[in-house]
Design a protein around this ligand. Structure first.
Ligand code: HEC
Ligand code: HEC
Ligand code: HEC
Ligand code: HEC
Ligand code: HEC
Ligand code: HEC
Ligand code: HEC
Ligand code: HEC
Ligand code: HEC
Length: 406
């Protein structure tokens, strides 16, 4: 007996829902159709059915949004006079890491569920970017938190609107997977593309890097094919989401360790026949000793001693054998020393062992003196031991022999 009125009530709810959905749908269609803001939008071409479906569905389907935004050459004029391109390529979106994962437009565009959209307040293209990137936080909170202390966030907080945010480095609609889920490592293509990502805003540094021994190996040059995975990209030295301020004392003092990660690794240096003693020989000499001490005792205090990049450069590092800019060219080396030892003369660098472990072809004099001592000391000490033993033996023998006689 009880279930009859329940059924009636359910039926009337359903009727009400259908009625209101139709009403809202019709209203939305009417507003959409007559809106003067609908610039290039083919609002009238979107059928009431599609729209109504979008409105009543719990999550709005991508087809609904793409019904307008999937059409080519949709643009609107911004108050700044810039044109805002509104077309989203459906195939491109579906192939992206978010589209192929089944993510809906409205999971990022949480404020937009129907047309007309809430009034846009963007004055220019930069506003569009700055108004939308925070939607990433919902699902990528850890990367979002990492950016808090980055140089980019600091610049943004100081009012520099050009500082990088998520969607400057990742296209929200067409981003492909970056990491291999089975290893957590970057896909090789993603790694190759890193310098170009930074180059969008740091093009002068990119141009230097491209010419450097590292950049040429990664990006290719007249004599190299590129694609080398052993050399650093921007983010191996700077980090990604937490790019630190490179002008601080602590960044400078830490920087030799950044270089050392690779330059002391025999596996990585092997193919290039490069010394893996560049860090320990650097630390052992008068310059490195002080830097290392500072790093340990006063990481925030400026030091005037050279770090690797004072001699080798930073973004423009060349092979030491480079005929124009390499440090084997006496004049280049002297110029480097003179940055801090202004009175240095042509023979000044000769006083320095460079940072090689001495060998027959590098610093032969020191090497042969070393070798000499390597033999001289064992021979002298060994000879003494033999002499003392022989002498003791003789004395014992004589005493035993003498005792037997007595
Ligand atoms: C009826 C056509 C139509 C439909 C459907 C539509 N849009 Fe739009 N969209 C437009 C037009 C036209 C603009 C230009 C600005 C305006 O008129 O509000 C726009 C602008 C936008 C913008 C830029 C807003 C800004 O502040 O610059 C975004 C983002 C957007 N739409 C997302 C969506 C999403 C997500 C959906 C699906 C829920 C969707 N649109 C459905 C026509 C449509
Ligand atoms: C992963 C989050 C995300 C998803 C998913 C997403 N968007 Fe966006 N969308 C953004 C962000 C961020 C921007 C601002 C881009 C910028 O900086 O110009 C944006 C901008 C737009 C714009 C303005 C044009 C532009 O590029 O500036 C339109 C239109 C738009 N989105 C429509 C869509 C539609 C349609 C879908 C689904 C097919 C969709 N979006 C899916 C994050 C997303
Ligand atoms: C609704 C949840 C959601 C939102 C919002 C979202 N993403 Fe994602 N994103 C994912 C998922 C799920 C993946 C695939 C799994 C993964 O690799 O983390 C992904 C993958 C990615 C990847 C590739 C990761 C990799 O290792 O290959 C990038 C880059 C990315 N998202 C950037 C963004 C950016 C930028 C925004 C904001 C514009 C954004 N996402 C908003 C859910 C989201
Ligand atoms: C200055 C450029 C830049 C900015 C800004 C940036 N990213 Fe990235 N992001 C990268 C690069 C380059 C990689 C690939 C390198 C890596 O994974 O180590 C990456 C990797 C990722 C990945 C996949 C690997 C991982 O670490 O999980 C996700 C997800 C991601 N970014 C999301 C975001 C989100 C969300 C934001 C905004 C809070 C953001 N990114 C801001 C450049 C940037
Ligand atoms: C959308 C533009 C944009 C992109 C893309 C971008 N940056 Fe930046 N970056 C800026 C702006 C703006 C500043 C702050 C102004 C300045 O000091 O140059 C900045 C500052 C920096 C600084 C500090 C400069 C200083 O003198 O203190 C470093 C380091 C840096 N970015 C590294 C990177 C790296 C690495 C990437 C790529 C992963 C990258 N940026 C991508 C815009 C960008
Ligand atoms: C081998 C390590 C290394 C690589 C690779 C590298 N950097 Fe740097 N970068 C540094 C160091 C060290 C400094 C600090 C330089 C100084 O003390 O003058 C620096 C400084 C900077 C600065 C701020 C100072 C300036 O010169 O404006 C920016 C911006 C920057 N790097 C961006 C980039 C970008 C973009 C790339 C990739 C194209 C890149 N870096 C590649 C090590 C590196
Ligand atoms: C990600 C690993 C990596 C990092 C980090 C790195 N390097 Fe390298 N570096 C290499 C590799 C690999 C080569 C050999 C490239 C080639 O010859 O094609 C190289 C080459 C060089 C050379 C040229 C040697 C010669 O004469 O041929 C110098 C000098 C150099 N690096 C200095 C530095 C300095 C200084 C830093 C830190 C600011 C640094 N590197 C950071 C991997 C690295
Ligand atoms: C005071 C200047 C100076 C400093 C500081 C310095 N170097 Fe060097 N480095 C040189 C000179 C000079 C040479 C090469 C001399 C020659 O071959 O005649 C060299 C050679 C090298 C080579 C080539 C090795 C080979 O086997 O051909 C590498 C790699 C290198 N340095 C890396 C580093 C790293 C990493 C640091 C920091 C830990 C560093 N250097 C600090 C001046 C310096
Ligand atoms: C970034 C600055 C800087 C550069 C570049 C530099 N030096 Fe020095 N050097 C110093 C400072 C500072 C000291 C003092 C060290 C101390 O007293 O602890 C020093 C000390 C020395 C000393 C010890 C004797 C003395 O005068 O106190 C020699 C030898 C020396 N440097 C050689 C060189 C050579 C050779 C080069 C070039 C390959 C070079 N330096 C490049 C800063 C630099």
């Amino acid at each position: 007996m009880k279930h009859v009125p329940m059924g009636n009530r359910r039926r009337s709810w359903l009727l009400l829902a259908v009625l209101s959905a139709t009403l809202v749908g019709a209203l939305a269609w009417w507003v959409g159709g007559t809106s003067e803001r609908a610039l290039a939008a083919p609002a009238a071409e979107v059928s009431a059915a599609t729209l109504a479906e979008g409105v009543t569905e719990p999550g709005v389907s991508n087809d609904y949004c793409l019904g307008c935004h999937g059409k080519p050459n949709q643009v609107r004029d911004l108050p700044s006079g810039e044109q805002h391109y509104l077309t989203i390529d459906s195939a491109g979106y579906n192939a992206s890491v978010h589209g192929s994962g089944g993510y809906a437009c409205v999971q990022c565009h949480t404020e937009i569920r129907t047309y007309p959209h809430p009034e846009s307040t963007a004055q220019d293209l930069r506003d569009v970017t700055l108004q939308n990137y925070e939607s990433c936080r919902e699902c990528h909170a850890s990367n979002f938190d990492l950016t808090h202390d980055s140089v980019h966030q600091t610049a943004l907080d100081e009012g520099n609107r050009d500082a990088a945010v998520c969607s400057d480095c990742h296209n929200p609609h067409y981003q492909k997977a970056l990491t291999d889920p089975s290893t957590g490592e970057l896909w090789p293509n993603a790694r190759l593309a890193v310098p170009q990502t930074c180059a969008r805003c740091h093009s002068a540094i990119y141009d230097q890097y491209k010419q450097s021994v590292h950049g040429a190996a990664l990006l290719g040059s007249a004599d190299e094919p590129g694609g080398n995975a052993d050399v650093p990209t921007c983010i191996d030295c700077h980090g990604v989401h937490n790019v630190a301020d490179p002008t601080t004392a602590s960044f400078r003092l830490d920087s030799p360790q950044t270089c050392a990660k690779c330059h002391t690794d025999p596996e990585r240096m092997g193919p290039y026949d490069l010394s893996t003693h560049v860090l320990d020989t650097y630390i052992a000499d008068f310059h490195g000793t002080t830097v290392t001490l500072f790093e340990r005792e006063n990481p925030d205090q400026e030091t005037n001693k050279p770090v690797c990049s004072d001699c080798h450069g930073v973004h423009d590092i060349r092979s030491v054998a480079d005929p124009q800019k390499g440090l084997q060219v006496k004049q280049n080396l002297l110029g480097t020393c003179q940055k801090c030892h202004p009175d240095a003369t042509a023979s000044f660098p000769d006083s320095w062992l460079s940072h090689y472990v001495p060998s027959a072809d590098k610093n032969p004099l020191v090497y042969f003196v070393d070798v000499f001592y390597q033999f001289f000391i064992p021979i002298v000490v060994g000879g003494m031991v033999v002499f003392v033993l022989a002498d003791a033996g003789r004395r014992i023998y004589q005493r035993v022999k003498g005792g037997a006689h007595a």
